[in-house]
Ligand binder design. Structure first.
Ligand code: NAI
Ligand code: SOE
Length: 383
């Protein structure tokens, strides 16, 4: 396989996950990184042993050695960086959301098509072996001819206290929606990828549980224990939702719902989905990622534990280790990138690969906007 040279823009939480995953692929070279300023870029380049670094992403885009860029910056920078990257002729792997509005994502999709660049959005929950197993079973109609219901949730607790703070809370940096756009978008992408059915209509109820939060006056690490720190805060009015429940209609007539929350104590990254078909149900939980629960009416339920010896042919490429060797979140990102880079090197049609494209990212933005409109108008809204 030929070596592809790539550049990473943004190296906070998810940037290093891309770096590790790319290194595990083996045929991708991380040529450079860009950070918010020169000093940080230099420090991160040393930490990750990357030879070139830039304090301005535009310099990275001008680097002719680089074929692909990974946009791992906060949401408010996605549109601008993705746009400039495409114009510079780079293939783009963007973090979600593709941009903060659907007007912007429509433009990015069109621009990427016009410039013939490969494009991806990191909806990584599609990429687990057990998820691919479910998708393939559904395609083969193993659960029956029809899907009746698709239900679930994605709940977290990292924003439970009013002293929990992150740029995602602020509309101008995260976008008009928080819980729905940040984690609900993952759930919706997963539901649509598994079922092969688009969500076409929504009825939503959103709530900002903590309308005022305490923003630290200096940078602190969001996910670390703050007990020991002596932190000075300022009070900020919050206008993005902590919670939502959304009723759904799918293209095939299936119905369902999902709940998202970032203030539910005890739930860390708790994404759960259940699909009820005419003969069986499948359910999957991100925190028990190696288990597929198959539900029956007329006999006891089954649990299939991930094991390459038991997975169907099409799910095998997503599992690396023998049974009992747990694979999870980081392998999901690796699989997403593997799918994207194979498509790029094979000059393939993204339709035949499992990664999400800008078309999927754009649809997610339209979905989020329909959810916001439904809340505002208190009625069903078509996507
Ligand atoms: P973060 O705040 O931890 O990291 C963002 C990084 O971007 C920081 O290192 C920051 O210095 C850098 N940055 C800011 N301005 C920049 C600029 N002008 N040029 C270059 N770098 C700049 O944020 P986090 O959690 O890594 O999230 C980044 C994105 O990734 C978000 O859009 C988020 O939605 C997405 N994400 C996706 C995940 C997934 O599972 N697919 C998981 C976590 C985040
Ligand atoms: C925070 O809610 C977050 O890091 C999201 O931004 C990610 O997309 C999700 O995968 C995990 O949680």
């Amino acid at each position: 396989m030929r070596e592809v040279k790539v550049g990473i823009i943004g190296t906070g939480f998810i940037g290093p996950v891309h770096i590790e995953a790319l290194r595990r692929l083996g045929f991708v070279k991380i040529e450079a990184l860009a950070e918010a300023n020169e000093e940080l870029a230099k420090e991160k380049a040393a930490e990750f042993n990357i030879s070139k670094y830039y304090g301005d992403y535009r310099e990275l885009l001008a680097d002719e050695e680089i074929e692909v860029i990974h946009n791992c910056t906060p949401n408010f920078l996605h549109y601008q960086i993705n746009k400039e990257a495409i114009k510079a002729g780079k293939h783009v792997v963007s973090e979600k959301p593709l941009s903060m509005t659907s007007v912007e994502s429509q433009e990015l999709l069109e621009l990427a098509r016009e410039n013939n660049v490969y494009h991806a959005v990191n909806f990584n929950y599609r990429q687990y072996p057990v998820v691919q197993e479910i998708r393939n079973r559904i395609k083969q109609k193993d659960m029956g001819d029809d899907i009746y219901l698709i239900r679930g949730y994605y709940i977290q607790d990292w924003l439970l206290y009013d002293t929990d703070y992150n740029w995602r809370v602020e509309k101008k940096k995260g976008g008009s929606s928080r819980a729905v756009a940040d984690i609900g978008s993952h759930w919706c992408d997963l539901a649509q990828h598994l079922s092969g059915q688009k969500i076409v209509e929504v009825y939503a109820h959103l709530k900002t549980v903590l309308p005022v939060r305490k923003k630290p006056r200096r940078d602190i690490e969001t996910f670390k224990n703050k007990e020991e720190e002596n932190i000075d805060y300022e009070e900020i009015k919050v206008d993005t939702e902590d919670y939502a429940t959304v009723l759904l209609k799918f293209a095939n007539g299936a119905v369902g719902s999902f709940t998202v929350s970032q203030v539910s104590a005890g739930h860390k990254n708790d994404l759960f989905i259940e699909i009820n078909g005419t003969k069986k149900s499948y359910s999957w939980s991100q925190e028990k990622a190696n288990e597929l629960v198959i539900g029956y009416r007329d006999k006891p339920n089954e649990v299939l534990v991930k094991d390459p010896a038991l997975l169907c042919r099409d799910a095998l490429d997503y599992a690396y280790y023998p049974g009992g060797h747990v694979e999870g979140w980081s392998e999901g990102v690796k699989n997403m990138l593997n799918s994207f880079y194979r498509c790029l090197l094979e000059k393939g049609d993204p339709e035949n690969y499992s990664f999400a494209t800008f078309a999927d990212g754009h649809y997610e933005n339209r979905l989020v906007e329909a959810i916001l409109e439904s809340t505002e108008k208190d009625r069903w809204v078509k996507v």
